[in-house]
Write a protein that binds this ligand. Sequence first.
Ligand SMILES: [Fe+2]
Length: 360
Amino acid sequence: MRYRNFPMVPRIIFGRGSFNQLGEIIEPKRTHKDSPFIFIVDDVFKDNKWLTSRIPLKNNDKILFVSAEDEPKTKYVDQYRDEIVAEFEQLPSGIIGIGGGTMLDYAKAIALMLTNPGSSSDYQGWDLVKNQGVYHVGIPTISGTGAEVSRTTVLTGPEKKLGMNSDYTPFDQVVLDPELTKGVPDNQWFYTGMDCYIHCIESLDGTYLNTFSESYGEKSLELCRNVFLEKDVRDEESQDKLMMASWHGGMSIAYSQVGVAHAMSYGLGYLLGTKHGVGNCIVFNQLEEFYPEGVAEFKTMVNKHQVEIPEGVCKNLNDKQFDIMIDVALGLVPLWENALGKDWQKTITKDKLRSLYEKM
Ligand SMILES: [Fe+2]
């Protein structure tokens, strides 16, 4: 047996209002007075002074407002990298992502692409990144994706939807301030929270499970159940708990893997641009045969919160489109292997995936 030696986020600050300490945290990392910090910020915060007034800008530091409308794409990563290189003489001191999984993934990818040549699409896969990126900080403003802790940055490229998985990908610093999640719309809060719930189910039900992953996955599941089943309001306690559920869920899959829902959700995301959280919900809703208890509990949470899970998204697709989704999903070998074991290809055929997608 060969065990993998994973990197971790080396520094983390947690607490309501901890965002106010960002300036003192990053300033020692400034490499040169002309070497800026670039803040990649979800453009929903553009007019939100409560947040933007606290971004600690100095010298030539810059805020880049980025839309989270689309899932992160390799072409945008390359474009932002090129713009930063063209505008500043010095390599940035750091890239700071403030937002949901999309902003965090952009921050990680841009930080890596400032020191690795070529296009980010060249690095979609496992351990293809050669050089350490610039200092990068992740500050989630919605909980669930686990992007704050993961060693990947999931990107849609010209050929596939796949992350840049590498030892250089994890953030150098994470700021967990649950207060930043208070304005998230209910639907998004639910879909992204379910991303975390599904991480736990896929990890705890997977063949890659080990005590490390189990201990984090169980804690995360307990927190998710508290937030989505036991509580009736989104209060401060539930903001704190969901933020830590996301962290623990991310830790759980870091040393195991996700499963069927993620593999198929990537297919949807690639073809239709479906956002990760809602895509997972659309898929998971149809996965009783793989995760009977998890799907039943998921449906209870959907009912409790009266959230609509889209249906019929594959209704009008043609054969070619189905094949594209199926190929993206089948390409995620470790996910299938975790879900169903080494012989997964015996049960997961193109026809099988087609019949599942047709239900969605
Ligand atoms: Fe996920």
